[in-house]
Write a protein that binds this ligand. Structure first.
Ligand SMILES: O=C[C@H](O)COP(=O)(O)O
Length: 328
């Protein structure tokens, strides 16, 4: 694996053309296949072939921090918890560590909260460049009335969310109703206005990798800025095979349209070593632009704590207790 330089771990202000979407191309959708055994084989080899050590690992972990949508999505969220989460996003690891590692201004990529917590989060990140992402549209099931889901997006945008994570209707995928999925996504994207939209596919509920590939494509055709694996609430959340399937769909879409769409694996990613695997896969399959926060995010509530522990070990040779790195 090529190494990341310290320069590459600085938070860049990158801009690329937003995905405008395109007309629904049902022939293209119907032609999409996914070779499950080949995908699983390839996903299974990534851990064995890839490893980064010492300073290079620390550089990759710092980069990973800049890619995290630091998340709290719990029924018992309080304003206090969200404020603590935002403080952590602004200062993701202890100041002495960041000084020593040469990145004093490092922050997470975003914070991600329920609509009710958006205003609190917006106030708590004021003065930083950290965007607030809201899970809108009846998260996590997405089964509230459609007009209310659209209205919720508008409320979140008005409350200051710069990114909206929407959930798709899984039934449209499971019944092959691509037109309905496209129309729904298109309307949600329009409701987001200037806020970037991440389409959560809830891949653990889509039954097959072929469905995942087709749903990814339809959401991109409808203008998704990011496609995201999971809410974190399904039985199975982000996996490497699903990731390969989705990022290959992103590659195909770019080949055909010239447009870059972002990727967000979410749910169950809590270990630094797993984050490194995802990053290696992104770099291998899509290249360096997909290691920047405008094209790649981890949706994670506890990953940052493990990264902080690994960085502390790198600097001191000792591990501290996991409970010293609480998020909220
Ligand atoms: O979108 C983010 C996920 O809900 C976070 O899932 P997690 O709590 O398993 O890290």
């Amino acid at each position: 694996m090529q190494t990341l330089t310290t320069e590459a771990t600085q938070l860049p202000t990158l801009t690329h053309t937003r995905n405008p979407g395109m007309a629904l191309d049902l022939d293209w959708v119907a032609g999409v296949q996914a070779n499950t055994s080949a995908i699983e084989r390839r996903a299974g080899t990534i851990g064995g072939r890839r490893s980064v050590k010492k300073d290079f690992q620390a550089a990759w972990l710092l980069k990973a921090i800049s890619l995290i949508d630091l998340t709290t999505l719990s029924g018992d969220d309080t304003e206090g918890r969200v404020k603590r989460l935002c403080a952590k996003a602004r200062q993701p690891v202890a100041p002495w560590m960041l000084e020593k590692l040469g990145l004093p201004g490092l922050t997470t990529g975003a914070v991600c909260v329920y609509h009710e917590m958006v205003a609190t989060a917006v106030r708590a990140v004021e003065g930083s460049n950290i965007p607030v992402a809201a899970v809108s549209t009846g998260f996590p099931a997405g089964l509230s009335p459609f007009r209310l889901r659209i209205a919720e997006i508008g409320e979140s945008v008005r409350a200051g969310a710069q990114e909206i994570d929407i959930v798709i209707s899984r039934r449209h995928v499971l019944t092959g109703n691509w037109q309905a999925l496209y129309d729904e996504m298109r309307e949600m994207r329009a409701a987001c206005g200037d806020a970037h939209v991440k389409a959560i596919l809830a891949t653990g509920e889509l039954a097959t990798l072929r469905n995942v590939a087709r749903a990814s494509l339809v959401c991109m055709m409808a203008g998704a800025d990011f496609i995201k694996t999971s809410t974190g609430k399904e039985g199975v959340n982000a996996t490497l095979p699903v990731t390969l399937t989705m990022i290959r769909a992103i590659r195909d879409y770019q080949d055909r349209t010239g447009i870059k769409v972002g990727y967000k694996p979410a749910g169950g990613i809590s270990k630094a070593k797993d984050a490194l695997l995802y990053m290696a896969l992104m770099k291998d399959e899509l290249g360096h632009p997909w290691l920047q926060p405008d094209l790649f995010r981890f949706g994670a509530s506890s990953l940052l704590g493990d990264i902080e522990r690994q960085l502390e070990h790198h600097l001191t040779g000792h591990y501290s207790a996991a409970n010293r790195h609480a998020m909220g």
